[in-house]
Ligand binder design. Structure first.
Ligand SMILES: [Zn+2]
Ligand SMILES: [Zn+2]
Length: 157
């Protein structure tokens, strides 16, 4: 069954063969050379075009390497975008945590108001609201935890 499906789709097969040949080193020297100076050994690769760069070609853009006079602007944009998305995740997690506290507090206040009131109409009004807000608080809190787990990435044992 599985084999039949694999044979029916020729696209991934052709692609994987191409990829394997591309990654196989052609000679024994696997050291990365500078793209601009074939003889010089590379100290790193450009964050934008992934070409090997020697010491004189590499420019440090906020901790990432870029081709001098070629990819500096692009790498700067990449670094800025990455930093932005990182802060966005952190802000979202923080906002969710704040929302969770707000919802939980509202739930407690609504619940207390409903329990303290003598009117059955008020109890019927406030108790469902209390339950709703407590549930929203729980949901926000678990979402915030999921977010910050994704953010921290590799857990240290
Ligand atoms: Zn480059
Ligand atoms: Zn070079």
């Amino acid at each position: 069954m599985v084999r039949m499906i694999a044979e029916r789709s020729p696209l991934p097969r052709g692609r994987s063969t191409g990829r394997y040949t591309a990654f196989t080193p052609k000679n024994e020297d696997t050291r990365v050379r500078c793209f601009y100076h074939g003889e010089t050994e590379a100290v790193g690769t450009c964050k934008n075009c992934c070409r090997g760069l020697c010491r004189s070609c590499a420019v440090d853009v906020s901790g990432s390497l870029a081709c001098r006079d070629h990819c500096e602007k692009e790498v700067e944009t990449i670094v800025r975008l990455m930093a932005k998305s990182k802060t966005a995740v952190a802000t979202t997690a923080a906002t969710m945590r704040r929302n969770a506290i707000f919802y939980a507090l509202s739930g407690v206040i609504f619940g207390a108001t409903g329990l303290l009131s003598t009117s059955s109409t008020l109890i019927l009004m406030f108790e469902p609201l209390a339950v709703l807000f407590l549930l929203m608080g729980l949901w926000s809190f678990s979402s915030a935890r999921k977010y910050s787990q994704n953010e921290s990435g590799s857990p240290s044992a």
